[in-house]
Design a protein around this ligand. Structure first.
Ligand code: MG
Length: 166
């Protein structure tokens, strides 16, 4: 039998700059630094967006919202993720669960895990139990370890919206 489940992987990195707060996973996290990019630079939402798009072989985030487009400057990444979710739903797929890793030397993200899970679940239309977020440091080495960048990885499983217990 051919499975109709689809798996997707997303990854992103954004640079850290002075001045807070941090926008991550659609959550505002108190910190004296923030991420920079053409959009609001929400590295976790970008990784999630690429994961769900990739699972069904749609465009990647850069094709959907080019950073050469002036109208995308400073755009809320929740808008980007919602559009990706809409496109995925339009071809009949919905998320089963996702698992994310955020690599940040600072700030400590564990206290924000529940808020991150709720935020991602709300944006994706699934239960918070279907979303997990792990936080790691850069072990003091490399761009993440020096506090110059924050990385995010996401793996997602999608199922057809007409699946039996959907
Ligand atoms: Mg990005």
């Amino acid at each position: 039998m051919v499975t109709r489940l689809r798996i997707g992987l997303g990854y992103d990195r954004h640079r850290v700059a002075p001045g807070g707060p941090l926008r991550l996973g659609g959550v505002t996290i108190p910190w004296d630094h923030h991420l920079i990019g053409h959009s609001d630079a929400d590295v976790l939402l970008h990784a999630v967006t690429d994961a769900i798009l990739g699972a069904v072989g749609l465009a990647d985030i850069g094709e959907l919202f080019p950073d050469t487009e002036a109208s995308n400057a400073g755009i809320d990444s929740a808008v980007i993720l919602r559009e990706a979710r809409r496109r995925v739903a339009a071809i009949g797929y919905q998320p089963v669960n996702l698992d994310c890793v955020v690599l940040a030397q600072r700030p400590r993200l564990l206290p924000h895990r529940a808020a991150l899970r709720r935020s991602l679940a709300r944006l994706l239309g699934c239960r918070p139990e279907a979303v997990f977020v792990k936080a790691k440091t850069g072990e003091g080495v490399g761009a993440v370890g020096r506090g110059e960048a924050i990385d995010a990885h996401c793996v997602v499983l999608l199922e057809p919206a007409d699946a039996p217990d959907a």
